[in-house]
Design a protein. Sequence first.
Length: 464
Amino acid sequence: MKSVTIYTDGACSGNPGPGGWGAILEYRGREKELSGAEAETTNNRMELTAVIRALEQLKEPCAVELYSDSKYIIDALTLGWAKGWQARGWKKPDKKPALNPDLWQRLLELCALHSVNCHWVKGHADNPKNERCDRLAVQAREQIVKEDNAMSKSKVYFTRDLSPEGLKKLFARISAPLTGRVAVKLHTGEKNGPNIIPSAWVREFLGECLPEATIVETNTFYEGDRYTTEQHRETLKVNGWTFCPVDIMDEEGTVDLPVAGGKWFDHMTMGSHVTRYDSLLALTHFKGHTMGGFGGSNKNLGIGMADGRIGKKMIHQREGSDDMWSIAMDELMERIAESTKATVDHFKGHISFLNVLRNMSVSCDCEGTAAQPVVTPNIGMVASLDVLAVDQASVDLVYALNPADNKALTERIETRHGLRQLSYMKELGMGSDDYELIDIDNGDVVITPTEAVKDVVPFSPFAL
């Protein structure tokens, strides 16, 4: 009996949503890669499909060493769960239906033909073959997303309600992918920063919607109030982030996450604690940015998830240069997007995005009390499961304002080539810039950005 080694993995965005699978077969020093995708599926179905398609390649009974990071598959095969479901007519012991009976039926048929020895491997834990399978699955998924994007629009939900209640209503539209241990990435600000999302809003929102969640941050590249973990924790106290756990993810080291299809990076260095979480909410204060033009979900994740010493340096400083800000314009936008892609891919669809368009200075929240005065009117909030769509909609809403109201921010975006963030995310297959703007304040009607901002009033510092 020939001995074959098989590695498999699956990936899904949305669960259910578009998904891909990848497999590697090894025999006598030779390898064969397989991959495929489906437009509407689940992560478990993709994991199962990867194993099935790999076993179907075998033309005669073989001794198979199967490696998968899916406990769903490994436990069901090694502990006899799948055979039990089959014997009970695809029912669990509690008489509830067993999921995916069609795929389990086929997999058990194949296992009966071969001698399959199962091994569980931890995902994203530097197992080269598992990582390759993950890349194959993600690439296949992204290809079908690209094809699907040509035919369908992403959904972006919009509310004018800038309050904790508005946050809760909007979050309800994008909460489904967030399961298990949930991280909330937001900018907690420099000491006494005037424009950050109010901690009181976040306290009420998390208390009701995500009571077990953890706010996540990383230390800064520049020296300031958040340069070291000790300084960072003191700043958190000053700004009121004391009501729930805050994980400074690079406090204990770093981890490298792969960047699929990047031209600047093949990996991005993150705070090591990122691997502790199953899901991520990007809760972003949308505003201007001194170097990026604007800071949306892409910037929040691309720079904010990278660790303070290595990852942020990879983004900002050219190798061999003494200037820590030596990378700018288009190249900076592309590096930020590639860093974001590492995070989005890592969470395999268990990720949602919410942008708050309030107190939109042309300055980033990193500038704290030195930020330029706010002159752009408050607009509202947008949320989506698509990182490109949520940032595209935010930019479109700003551009839809009266020219006298958006001049400062649009000038900042354009002089820094900030729109390259959007076009490069599209090139990387990270989402769609074709979206429906859904007005949740008015019965979920689809509106244009111009209609969304028609009643916006000029900014007043007394309306903060």
